[in-house]
Design a protein around this ligand. Structure first.
Ligand code: BDR
Ligand code: CA
Length: 309
C-alpha cells in the first residue's frame, strides 16, 4: 500500500476523501494535516476528527493542524457550499473522541518526508498553504517525497469561484505558485477538468449498504447535491477531493499531460487562474502533470467499492 499524507480543509468532499483514504486497502494513511479553507482551521480540524471517529480510526491516524490563513490574503470561506460547519450540518452533536496531535503541519510534513525518504505521497485537497510553508523551511522537500497530488485548478474549463479560478487556487494563489515551481516530480494537478466528471449521484448513495457511513454521506451531501442539481438538473455532486486521493492510489484512472503551468496572482479578474500551456507557447519546461481525462465509471466503482470495505 502507498504511504500517504493527506492535507485537508474539511469540507464535504474532503470528508469523503478522508473516508476513501482511510478505507482503501491501497493506502497506508499515515496522518492528516489540516488547513484553513472551506472553513476555519479549527472547524476543519474538528470535522476531520469527527470523520475519523465515525470511522473508528481516531486512535490510528494523527491529525496535525497547520495554517490559520493563506500566506498573504484574508480567509475566504465557502459556507454556502459546505454549510456553516463544513459538513453540511451532518454530525452536529457528535463529539470526536480524539484531540489534534501536537505539532504544526508544515513541520510535520517535513518530519515525515525525512522519516520515509522517497516513499511518501502528499495528497493536498485544500489551499496549498501548508506545503508552501513547508517549502520555505525545507527547499529540498521535493527530493524527499515520492510525489504530490493536488486537487485544484482548471486547465481548460471554467472556474468555480470566479469565471476562471478554482477554489483551492483562488484562496492561496501565492502558495500554489510556490508549490508548482518547487521542483516536485511528479506533481499532479487534479483539477475541475476531470473532477467535474467524477460525479456521485443521489442514487449511488441510496445503493450503499446501510451503515453509519452511509447515513453520514447522505446527510452531509444533501445540500451539496441540491446546489449542483439546481445548476445542472442532475441529482449528483462532484467528488473533487476523493478523485485526488483515488489518483494517488490508482493512477490509471486519469490521463495526464505534462505542461508548463503558472498561477495568476496579480490580476484584476484572473487571480487564482491556472494558466496551462498545453501548446508550449511559452517554451518553458513542464512543471506539472495535468489530468486531462478521466475514466469516470472506473473511478466511481473504485470509490463505492473502497468506502464499503
Ligand atoms: C475544491 O474546493 C473546495 O470547496 C472543495 O473541498 C475542493 O477541494 C473544489 O474546487
Ligand atoms: Ca477541499
Amino acid at each position: 500500500a502507498r504511504k500517504i499524507l493527506l492535507d485537508v480543509d474539511t469540507g464535504v468532499d474532503d470528508a469523503l476523501a478522508i473516508i476513501l483514504a482511510s478505507k482503501s486497502t491501497d493506502a497506508q494513511l499515515l496522518a492528516i494535516t489540516t488547513v484553513n479553507g472551506n472553513v476555519s482551521l479549527e472547524k476543519a480540524t474538528v470535522n476531520t476528527l469527527k470523520v475519523l471517529t465515525l470511522l473508528h480510526k481516531e486512535g490510528d491516524i494523527p491529525v496535525i493542524q497547520g495554517a490559520h490563513a493563506p500566506l498573504r490574503r484574508p480567509c475566504f470561506f465557502e459556507h454556502s457550499v459546505h454549510g456553516n460547519d463544513g459538513l453540511g450540518g451532518a454530525l452536529p452533536h457528535f463529539e470526536p473522541t480524539a484531540q489534534p496531535a501536537d505539532g504544526y503541519a508544515p513541520d510535520y510534513i517535513i518530519e515525515q518526508a525525512n522519516r520515509y525518504p522517497g516513499e511518501l505521497t502528499l495528497v493536498m485537497t485544500g489551499p496549498l498553504t501548508n506545503l508552501a510553508l513547508a517549502l520555505e523551511k525545507c527547499p529540498d522537500l521535493p527530493k524527499l517525497v515520492a510525489g504530490v497530488v493536488y486537487m485544484g485548478g482548471a486547465a481548460f474549463t471554467h472556474g468555480n469561484v470566479t469565471p476562471v479560478a478554482e477554489y483551492n487556487m483562488y484562496v492561496d494563489p501565492e502558495a500554489a505558485r510556490k508549490v508548482i515551481h518547487a521542483g516536485f516530480a511528479p506533481l499532479v494537478q487534479v483539477g475541475l477538468d476531470v473532477t467535474r466528471k467524477a460525479l456521485l449521484t443521489r442514487e449511488n448513495i441510496g445503493s450503499l449498504v446501510d451503515s453509519p457511513i452511509k447515513q453520514f454521506i447522505k446527510t452531509c451531501t444533501a445540500d451539496y447535491i441540491k446546489r449542483y442539481e439546481a445548476r445542472n438538473t442532475v441529482a449528483a455532486c462532484a467528488l473533487h477531493d476523493p478523485l485526488a486521493v483515488a489518483y494517488a492510489l490508482k493512477p490509471e484512472l486519469l490521463h495526464l499531460e505534462e505542461m508548463f503551468v503558472e498561477v495568476e496572482t496579480n490580476s484584476q479578474f484572473c487571480d487564482g487562474q491556472t494558466v496551462c500551456d498545453r501548446q508550449q507557447r511559452l517554451g518553458k519546461p513542464a512543471n506539472v502533470n495535468v489530468a486531462t481525462e478521466i475514466d469516470s465509471d472506473a473511478f466511481l466503482s473504485y470509490f463505492l467499492h473502497s468506502i464499503q470495505n
